[in-house]
Structure formats: C-alpha cells, structure tokens
Design a protein around this ligand. Sequence first.
Ligand code: FAD
Length: 410
Amino acid sequence: MSNFSQTLWDVIIAGGGPAGLFAAIRCAELNPNLKILIIEKASQTLGKVIISGGGRCNVTHACFEPAKLITYYPRGGNELRGAFTRFQPKDTVEWFESRNVKLKVESDGRMFPVTDDSNTIANCLRESAKNAGVKVKTGINLLDVEKNKNGFKLEVRSEGKLFYLQAKKLLLATGSDSKTREIAKSLGHTIISPVPSLFTFNIKDKRIDGLAGVSVENVKLKMDTVTTQGALLITHWGLSGPAVLRCSAWGARILFDKKYTSPLFINWLADYTFESALEVLQRNKDWQENAKKKVSTQPAFSQIPLRLWKQLTNFIEEKNWGDLSKAEIRKLAQELTAANFVIQGKGIFKEEFVTCGGVKLSEVDFKTMQSKIVNNLFFAGEVLDIDGITGGFNFQSSWTTGWLAGNALG
Ligand SMILES: Cc1cc2nc3c(=O)[nH]c(=O)nc-3n(C[C@H](O)[C@H](O)[C@H](O)COP(=O)(O)OP(=O)(O)OC[C@H]3O[C@@H](n4cnc5c(N)ncnc54)[C@H](O)[C@@H]3O)c2cc1C
C-alpha cells in the first residue's frame, strides 16, 4: 500500500462505478502521462452495472435529440441539455462499438448489449481502463478529504487500516453513498437531501383485487400536481408500469413528504375527458341493440380489458345498458376518467433503483463537471442531484457526466 500512499496522483477518482470508470478512461486516453487512480470501497468495481437491467444492463436509450432526451429527467434535465450536445446516447453507442461491444435497441427504445449480459459492459470498461493505464484499487473506502497546497489529502481505510492519499485533482463519483455526499458538504457544497425515485405503488382496492397481471396500454395518472401518461400494470400489491414509475419519479419528493400516502386519480381512458366519455356512454345506453345487454359484459371502450371493466362497473350490479339512470351514467364516466384510488405505500421496482438528491447542480459547471466552489474538485454520476426515469437514462447521465469530467481532467 505504501507505493500508493507515497505517490502524488494527478487524478484520484473516488468510486469505481460507471461514472468513475468512464471518466478515468477518457482522462487517461486523452493524456497517457497522467497518474490516475480509482479507489473503490467494494471488492470489485461496477457492482451496479453487473446487476442492472435484470443482469442485461440497459446501457442507454435510443433517443438522439438532446432536447427530447432531457424530458426523461425529473431532476437535472436543464443542466444536462448542453452536456448532451457534447456526449449523448449516439456517442455511447459509438464508444462501445469502437471497443467491439455492439448494442441493440428494443421496441420501447431501451438499448442493451447484443449479448444480453451486463458482464459484457463491465468487462469492456475494466479492460479499457487497464489498457489506458488507469490504476484501480478496490477495498478502499474514502472517509474524508482535506484541501491542501498540493490539491487534496484523502483519508482512506483499507483492511481496517487508516492511511492517506494525495491528489492534485479529485473526482467524486461515489453514487448515492451518503457518507461521501457529507464529504462534498464539508468541502463547501450544498447537498439536496436524498429520497427514493422509481418505485411502484402499494394499493389495496376492490376494483383491482385479483387482477394481477392485467395491463392497460394507455392511462393518465394524477397525483397531487403530477400528471403522467403511459401503460399501467396491476400487480399483487397495487400498481406498476411506466405511468406509475414516471409518477413515482416526478412525484418522488411529494410522496416522500406525504409518507407515501396520497390520493391517486386514474383516467383509464387517457385521452378521454369526463364529457367525451359521458357522450360515448350515453350513446351506448341509447343504442337499441344494447338496451337488453348487461353493462358488465358489454364494455363501451375496447381499451379496458374485460376483467377490469367488470370490476370497475361492479357498482352498477347486473343492470342492462337500457336501464341505467342519468346518475349512474355520470358515475360511470367519473369512474372511467377520474377513478379515485389511495396510494398506501411504496413498493420495489426490481429492474432499477435510483435515488434523487445529491450535490446541488447550480454549484457545478456542466461543461467540465468541475465544482464552482472548490478548484480541481469534480463530480460525475449519481452523486449529483440528477435522476432519470427507467429506460437507460440513468446510465446515460453517468456516461455523459463521466466523459465530460474525464475530458476536463485530461
Ligand atoms: C438494481 C439496479 C438496477 C439498475 N439498472 C439500471 C439500468 O438497467 N439502466 C440504467 O440506466 N440505470 C440502472 N440503474 C441505475 C444505475 O445503476 C445508476 O444510475 C448508476 O450506477 C450510477 O452510476 P455512478 O457511477 O454514479 O454510481 P454507482 O454505480 O453507485 O458507483 C459508485 C461507486 O462508488 C463506490 N463508493 C461509494 N462510496 C465510496 C467511498 N466512500 N469510497 C470508495 N468508493 C465508494 C461504490 O461502491 C460504487 O461502486 C440501476 C440501479 C440498480 C440499483
């Protein structure tokens, strides 16, 4: 260990995740003369990459227009706009392809390695770092940082022993680790408090009881000030699917403050209003052929699966279309376009976990990822108050901010 602690490193990168490795590789390839060290507290680098996307690693998203791309980030979109003009998903695809890792696009835009194996991505990054001459030390936990005349003095622990490292420049790429965010705070940065993003909703309600696995292609959700649209999946515990995950991401702070209990309004017909749904229902009632048909078995809208329609119309009992009162038609229109549910808790979305919060973005220069407060201190990845919705956007912000930091450091 003594060699490491006696070296004056040009660049130390704390955190061997995707942001840290990407930065190190860019930096080393730009300037092979630099002494670059990555310190990683776990026994191996890229732990999250390996488990990501169900073991397949959803590397990025096939969205190649920065203006559109930023709409997938509940926090950080504005700051990433310029950054994406410098390094965006197209560059990510080319970066990996130039290292013989081909990516493929799935129908929803998510991009994976053609091998469907996250190890392909991890191995490519580790190999590229090694080939570029980056030193990687695992099992080293960064505990504290002090600014001094040479740059930064890092207090670290390895195998129970404390020692110090010295670097001219420091990149913090430690993800959502709360202790390192405290280090950034001790150096003068503001930390936006972390709260979970991307989760499912726990909802117990007769209307969705026993319907686990049923999905609706396009619904609109309204929770407090947040409105989202997309597919919805009924689960054993409540609701999931893209519309719910988006709602959890944009409503992350609101739901945290509400202790994950909140009314949720579902428009099962997405693009219909109360009035336009009412019109269709009224036409169904007035239609002679329908008069003697049961509402529960004769849906008025094909986009609602029959099993769900039956439960949503349960309050009408077994009435025929022709026997519905005006009040019942109105209630049905209400139930279809603004059904009132209650979120009772937060579930787990197994494919991807993300935290929002982190280093305040206005304190960082997004051309270089350098701190505006401490000279020669840089940030990349999830340590920043950036998060995207599910679909490869979180890795993309790590590739982009890592690349920009590496570019500036090199
Ligand atoms: C289960 C799961 C699946 C996911 N799937 C996807 C996906 O398919 N697509 C997608 O876009 N996003 C996905 N994500 C999100 C994505 O993994 C993160 O956004 C991304 O890893 C952030 O990269 P990072 O380098 O900033 O941080 P991290 O990947 O968290 O890396 C930070 C590294 O720093 C190390 N570290 C922390 N503190 C210290 C310290 N004090 N000293 C030394 N080292 C330290 C950590 O051990 C870690 O290795 C997933 C997340 C999870 C949890």
